[in-house]
Design a binder for this molecule. Structure first.
Ligand code: HEM
Length: 147
């Protein structure tokens, strides 16, 4: 089981209480599609992903970015058992969506960059370390049902 320090718990709660979901989710997801274009292959039904401008103005991309953040919020609310919380989500990404699990880290990196940009100076190395640990547990939990 993952052990969290008081600082880590407080920091994760604090980050998610401060960030603007409507902005961070879409920004992180669209950044992932732009920076790592092979991730677009899973979103064939999302319409125009032709270039960065098309991606950032695509309403389906924005909507899915919010879905991802809502998924992360579940992990925030269940920090002591993210693996169980993400069981179905892991099965979905593995068996139905067949997402290469290496891509989880790419989206996590984009989330870090966007959150850092929003938080500015408050995103200290200690806060970064706590967020990194949280994302590592999220990614490991999403990978759990892969075989
Ligand atoms: C932090 C990592 C991620 C989280 C928390 C996450 C979360 C979610 C959630 C909550 C859903 C909706 C599930 C449902 O409808 O029941 C979803 C769907 C989906 N995810 Fe992820 N996801 C992550 C990473 C990725 C990555 C990296 C990819 C591909 C590069 C991906 C591809 C998809 C696809 C294709 C869908 C279905 C979209 C649709 O057709 O509406 N996910 N994800």
């Amino acid at each position: 089981m993952v052990k969290w320090t008081d600082f880590e718990r407080a920091t994760i709660q604090d980050i998610f209480s401060k960030i603007d979901y409507e902005v961070v989710g879409p920004a992180a997801f669209s950044r992932c599609l732009i920076v790592y274009p092979w991730t677009q292959r899973y979103f064939g039904g999302f319409g125009n992903l032709y270039n960065a401008a098309a991606i950032t103005s695509n309403p389906k991309v924005a909507a899915h970015g919010k879905v991802v953040i809502a998924g992360l919020e579940k992990a925030v609310k269940n920090m002591d058992d993210i693996k169980t919380t993400y069981k179905d989500l892991s099965v979905l990404h593995s068996e139905k969506l067949q997402v290469d699990p290496d891509n989880f880290n790419l989206l996590a990196d984009c989330l870090t960059i966007v959150v850092a940009g929003q938080m500015g100076a408050a995103f200290t190395p200690e806060v970064h370390a706590a967020f990194q640990k949280f994302l590592a547990v999220v990614v490991a939990s999403l990978r759990k049902q892969y075989y």
